[in-house]
Structures are given as C-alpha cells and as structure tokens.
Design a protein around this ligand. Structure first.
Ligand code: FAD
Ligand code: FES
Length: 508
C-alpha cells in the first residue's frame, strides 16, 4: 500500500545496513523528515553523524502524509490559543513559517525535484451547523491575531458545489502556504547527506539503546555517540509522554482526475473541509493530475475490524470529483499531545533527545524539531526549546486527554484480558482476515493468509501489555494503548514497542 508520493521511486534501498562498530558525535534514529533534517543541520554544523533507519528513508509517516506545509495547525489555531494564549499562538506560527521557509530554501539549494510550490490554504465548513460556522469565525480571529492575514471567500476554486455549497464566508483563505512531495524531499536530503559523508543506513532498526554508555545497537552493528536523537515519531520503549498522547490512524487515496467536461478539477491548494473531516489537494503524477483525499481518522486499535476506510474515501471522490479509478491507497499515524504543542527536546537523559506529539502537522513540526534539537545538541537553548520541552508540566491544559487516555489504557490492559466479547473460533477466521481467537482458554491473534496459512501470535503488546486489535484496512495488528503496530508476522511496524509479538507454532 504505497502512497502516491512514493510511486515514482524504485523499491531498492541504496543505503547498506549498519555493520560493525562506528563512532560519531551524534546518532540519529529514524529517517523521516525529523531525522533526516536533524542529520542535515548537525552535519552542516560540522558534526559527524550516523543516521539509522529501520526500513526505508521517508517511507513511514512522512511518505504517508498529505504533503501540506502551513503556519497554522490542522486542529485549529483557536484551540491552541485557548489552551495557551495569543502570544504562544503567534510564536507557534512564526516558528512553523520559518520551518516552511527552511524546506523551501533547502529544496532549492539541493535542487530536489519535490514539486515545492507556494499555495493558498482553505479552511471550510460545508454544512450549516451553527457551531461549526461560529468556530470558523473564531478561527479567523485567531489566525488574524497570529499574523497569518486570513481572508473570507465564498467558494474554493476546484471544489465542486456538491462538496462545498457556495455562500458568503464559506471558507477562509491564507496565502503563501506550500505543498510538495514529502517522500521525494527526504530522499533528496538523504542523498545529499550521503554525498557529504554522513553515514546513512537503511534496514538498521535500533534494538537496544544504552543512554549512559552512549551506545545504540542494531542487529548487525552498533554506534557509539555522545548524542542520541530519537526521531522515531514516538520515542521507543517507556516514556512518560506516551501516557499524555492520543494516537490516531488516518487514510489516504489518490486517483487520476478524469478529463471529462466539468470534471478533472481539484483544488491547487491545501483544502480542509472541517465538518466533513476531509483534506483534499491535487498533485501532478506521471503525466496526469491526481486528486488526493485524506480522512476517516480513528483512534489506533479502535477501528471496526473489517471496515474499508479507503472505500469510504473513494465513494466521496467518485461522488464529488467524478474520479473513476484509484491507483493509490495508504494510511499513516499521528500522535497528538495533551496540550496541543509537540514534545521536542531533552529526554530523561541529557544526551538523549526526542520529538513527538506532532498531530497531523508533523512535516512542519518535524522541521521545527530538527532546528530545536540541532541547537540543543550544540548546547544552545532557545525560546522554542523552552516552550516545547517534553519536561513541561501542564496539568490544566492536559487534564482532559490524560484522563481519557489513561482510562483507555486501563480498559485495554485489564478489560481485554477479561472480556470474551471479541473472541472467535479458528474456523471463524476467513482468508485475508485476522481475529482474536480462543485456543485452549487463552487468547491468540490469528491471521489466515489468502493461501490459507495460519499465523498465530500472542495478542499481548510487548510495550506495556495491552492487547492488539486487527486492522483490515492496514493489514496489521494495532495496539489501542500507545499505537504500536505489528505486521502479520508480529514484527514491529511502528510505535514504542522495541520487540515483536510472540509467535506460536500451531499444533494439529
Ligand atoms: C494521513 C496523514 C496525513 C498527514 N499529512 C500531513 C501534512 O500534510 N502536513 C504535515 O505537516 N503533517 C502531516 N501529517 C503528519 C506527518 O505525516 C508526521 O507527523 C510526520 O511525517 C512525522 O515525521 P517523522 O520524521 O517524525 O516520523 P516518520 O516519518 O514516521 O519517521 C520516523 C522513522 O523512524 C523509523 N524508525 C522507527 N523505529 C525505529 C528504530 N527502532 N530504529 C530505526 N528507525 C526507526 C521509522 O521507520 C520511520 O521511517 C499527516 C499525518 C497523517 C496520519
Ligand atoms: S503500545 Fe503501549 S501497550 Fe501497546
């Protein structure tokens, strides 16, 4: 399930796995936009850097994003202002717009052909719900106070009237935001880094980190470094911030726009339809324009087992844009912090750094994080590092999410062990399906392949022992507590777990 951004790229990995022992000033773990940008800034400051990527550079959430870059935040700047204050909202917009400029300058400097273009952003309300309309008005005020100069428009070019009925103040528009292909961008950065002598290693998952000794181990090698950066989207192993975050999955599809009269158009812009939870854009792929629709967000591990979230997005695209075939379908994950700001900076150990809690805004937050962490590694604090430190304690701003998330963890930690509601027999598991099955009085996570082969795993997530759930849309076992995800063989795809699900051999 590749995203449209990865379609033009070869599958092969140009960077060899780490082998043997190497020394460096800094080891960066994770090759998404956060890790690759951090490596670029540190190498530019004269440091020796090793970059370890578990799979393929950019192929995880960065390659599964929508490729939108903006100064505001997708949950609404008004919400962030209400949790903090107008000054903080302004500071957030300033640092995010600086990050957007860094991406623009970097892609130009390194001639990365990632289609970076300045575009407007539209935030719209399609229905006539009074509350939604009032919240858009409030958003307008928050954006104005933060210096983004929004204007009102009655319609969005490229959005059909069926998707957004034209009327006064249907949408607000912000100029000079941007779009690009995020996968091409980070691949281009990694190529440039390797050209400058940075050691880039794919298929090199960090499996053991000893912060005190400054040592990171992979299956076939280890790095000794003064500084260790977790650019893994969420820190690996146990970290207190995991109890403060909500984890969501969200889906994307893309299909070529038909050239029929009255069809074949989609916004050349960032377009958020807030009350329909849809993010829409167009992109050029091959020699055709494509429509990209993203949405159907749900909490990780809380999906209905066999719901086809991609099909819901396809139905929407067919209805409003007349798109008839879809070549791309993918999904990605987001970690939302409890107080609307990401956690970026020192971890429990002074020489270990982390960056997480980006919500759906992590292409820009990841670039902000790279700046903040590169400065901290060089011993420099900043107003941004003070604001975003993972050590901040914000009980009032975070209370609602803390309470909800810890109730969720307790429910899955205790409840899933005791409940029998989701249990099935082996014969219930259809080809291509996964189910929690009762075998000899114990729960097992069972997957039946299209060729009728069974894989039997423990459903107990090795992170903190919650039970995983089957996600048909992503063909994975997803943990409802802190977002660890495992493939059909039990191997870690993402999330805080460092270890796979235990595997059992099924006896006759
Ligand atoms: C559907 C969707 C659409 C989105 N669209 C946008 C958007 O338009 N704009 C925006 O700003 N944000 C968007 N986001 C958010 C954005 O995708 C992420 O926040 C961002 O990509 C995070 O980048 P990252 O580098 O921190 O993480 P990732 O891209 O996930 O990179 C982390 C890397 O770490 C690697 N890794 C993990 N464990 C290990 C290990 N043990 N050893 C070595 N490597 C490891 C992973 O393989 C991965 O490549 C979207 C999110 C979703 C869910
Ligand atoms: S991710 Fe924490 S228990 Fe599974």
């Amino acid at each position: 399930m590749n995203s449209v951004w990865m379609a033009d790229h070869r599958d092969s990995s140009p960077y060899p796995p780490l082998a043997g022992t190497v020394e460096a000033d800094t080891v960066v773990i994770g090759g998404g936009i956060t890790g690759v940008t951090t490596a670029m800034l540190l190498a530019g400051a004269g440091q020796s850097v090793v970059l370890l990527e578990a799979e393929r550079i950019g192929a995880s959430n960065t390659g599964g994003s929508t490729g939108n870059l903006y100064g505001t935040v997708s949950d609404g700047l008004a919400k962030l202002r209400d949790k903090w204050d107008a000054d903080t909202a302004r500071q957030v917009v300033t640092m995010r717009m600086q990050a957007l400029e860094l991406i623009e300058k970097t892609s130009a400097r390194l001639s990365i052909d990632c289609g970076f273009a300045r575009r407007p952003l539209y935030a719209c309300v399609a229905g006539d719900d009074e509350q939604q309309l009032a919240s858009l008005q409030d958003e307008h005020r928050a954006l104005e106070e933060a210096g983004l100069a929004p204007s009102w428009v009655d319609a969005v070019p490229g959005l059909p009237a069926s998707a957004l009925p034209p009327r006064a103040h249907a949408a607000l528009r912000i100029e000079q935001q941007a779009q690009f292909n995020p996968f091409t961008y980070v691949q281009g950065l990694a190529r440039a880094l390797a050209g400058q002598g940075v050691r880039v290693h794919e298929h090199s998952a960090a499996v053991d980190v000893d912060a005190g000794a400054g040592r990171v181990k992979t299956a076939a090698g280890e790095v000794h470094a003064k500084h260790i950066v977790f650019a893994t989207h969420t820190p690996k192993g146990f970290n207190l911030v995991q109890a403060e975050m909500e984890t969501y999955r969200e889906y994307g599809i893309a299909g070529a726009l038909d050239a029929a009269p009255g069809q074949g158009r989609a916004p050349e812009a960032i377009c958020w339809i807030r009350d329909r939870s849809r993010s829409i854009r167009s992109c050029r792929h091959g020699d055709r324009d494509h429509l990209v629709v993203v949405g159907e967000k749900h909490k990780t591990g809380h999906n209905a087992a066999d719901t086809d979230y991609h099909e819901r997005l396809r139905e929407y695209a067919r209805e409003h844009f007349g798109v008839s075939s879809f070549d791309y379908a993918w999904s990605a994950q987001q970690y939302k912090s409890a107080d609307a700001l990401p956690y970026i900076g020192h971890s429990a150990h002074r020489n270990v750094y982390m960056a997480t809690g980006f919500g759906a805004d992590g292409l820009t937050w990841g670039t902000v994080a790279a700046n903040v962490i590169a400065e901290l590694v060089q011993g420099r604090e900043s107003p941004a590092s003070e604001l975003l430190t993972p050590k901040r304690f914000t009980p009032i701003k975070s209370a609602k999410v803390w309470a909800a998330e810890n109730a969720t963890v307790m429910k899955h930690l205790v409840g899933d062990r005791l409940s029998s509601a989701e249990q099935h027999r082996l014969s219930d598991v259809q080809r291509g399906q996964g189910r929690i099955v009762d075998l000899d009085g114990r729960k097992h996570a069972v997957y039946r392949s299209p060729a009728d082969e069974l894989t039997v795993l423990s459903p107990v997530c090795p992170h903190l022992k919650c039970h995983v759930a089957w996600n048909a849309a992503a063909t994975s076992w997803d943990c409802p507590c802190h977002g660890s995800r495992f493939d059909i063989h039990g191997q870690v795809i993402e999330g805080p777990s460092l270890h796979p699900l235990e595997r059992y051999e099924l006896e006759d």
